[in-house]
Write a protein that binds this ligand. Structure first.
Ligand code: AHM
Ligand code: MG
Length: 332
């Protein structure tokens, strides 16, 4: 058995060497995200010291203004992506519009990042896990000019890479470049993400489901029938309210996550570009499935807006298929 520690940086570089045509840009970009994740992790871990360090919006004891953590994470990620010139633009859940990044030292990057810098941020105040979600696309426009909105409106199936960072009992970064999914746990003693979950495969099925059951009466009848079936089958209900955490559990233990349409969110709540697509890419890479309430594969949906919302059912392949069968049977 191999006990040698493999750091995220080492792993990324090794993978790059397997591609004879790789330019190193994607490698650099993934490493930038790894650095940003460590910085965000440091701040998330300090969140409980709010009363000592100062509440968001106030000034801390050093006279510096204290930012809300989701905005802090957004700024740090954008900083890290801007510094190296490996990224041509960012679209974030926190920004109304995309942000073009100017070339650094004349380097014209062909990659773009879409991200939710701190998903589930309402959980921070109560010490529950939160996460960062990211996706990487190859831009369609000429790299010698600034990127445009159409560059970001690509289907999930065109993702070059996607990942998430879960700030939980440990901090773990999980990513894929379309050739399997690997997880790296942050060892705080050496400040490195170390390979801990190699070639993750989602279980074919599971015995838990994840949905905000408080909205049950607001779901369509076919979704209610499927939820009744989960309950009748004695499946456990697990819902953290932080999608990254729920998906991470499902990836390792099996299960299904649902965010269907409700009266409040007729098209679902979650964002196609920043949440649904990157997580669907990862789950599919691990052998799972992801579809919307109209039974369309998430990764095949053509986005028309940056902040577009989408319904989602994602997780173990057999459970998604079963949900699909319920929708087909009970929808009029
Ligand atoms: P956010 O991006 O504003 O943090 O919202 C996304 C989160 C997901 O992480 C989570 O699964 C969902 O919203 C919870 O929503 P609800 O409270 O409606 O169940
Ligand atoms: Mg979010």
């Amino acid at each position: 058995m191999q006990n040698r520690i493999i750091t995220l940086d080492e792993f990324i570089i090794r993978r790059q060497k397997e591609y004879s045509l790789a330019s190193g840009e994607l490698t650099g970009l993934l490493r930038d995200i790894g650095v940003a994740a460590k910085i965000v992790n440091r701040e998330v871990n300090k969140a409980g010291l709010l009363n000592i360090l100062g509440a968001a919006g106030s000034e801390n004891t050093h006279g510096e203004s204290v930012q809300k953590l989701d905005l802090y994470a957004n700024d740090k990620l954008i900083d890290c992506l801007s510094n190296s010139g490996e990224c041509a633009g960012v679209a974030s859940e926190e920004n109304e519009d995309f942000i073009p990044i100017m070339p650094v030292d004349g380097k014209q990057s062909k990659y773009l990042v879409v991200m939710d810098p701190l998903d589930g941020s309402s959980n921070i105040d109560v010490n529950v896990s939160v996460g960062t979600i990211f996706g990487i696309y190859r831009r369609k426009s000429d790299p010698s000019v600034a990127c445009n909105k159409e560059d970001f409106l690509q289907k999930g199936v065109d993702l070059v890479a996607a990942g998430y960072v879960l700030y939980g009992t440990s901090t773990i970064l999980v990513y894929t470049t379309g050739r399997g999914v690997n997880g790296f746990t942050l060892d705080p003693t050496i400040g490195e993400f170390c390979l801990s979950h190699q070639d993750i495969k989602i279980p074919e099925t599971g015995n838990s489901y994840s949905v905000n059951q408080g909205y049950y009466l607001k779901f369509d009848v076919e979704m209610r029938r499927y939820i009744d079936h989960c309950s009748d089958s004695n499946f456990g209900l697990r819902y953290i309210g932080s999608m990254v955490s729920d998906i991470h559990r499902i990836l390792l233990k099996g299960g299904i996550f649902l965010y269907p349409n409700t009266r409040k969110y007729p098209k679902g709540k979650l964002r196609l570009l920043y949440e649904c697509n990157p997580l669907s890419f990862i789950v599919e890479q691990a052998g799972g499935k992801a579809i919307n309430s109209s039974l369309q594969r998430i990764l095949d949906i053509q986005p028309t807006q940056l902040h577009q919302r989408e319904t989602i059912a994602i997780g173990s392949p057999k459970m998604v298929d079963e949900m699909k069968a319920f929708v087909e049977r009970y929808s009029v």
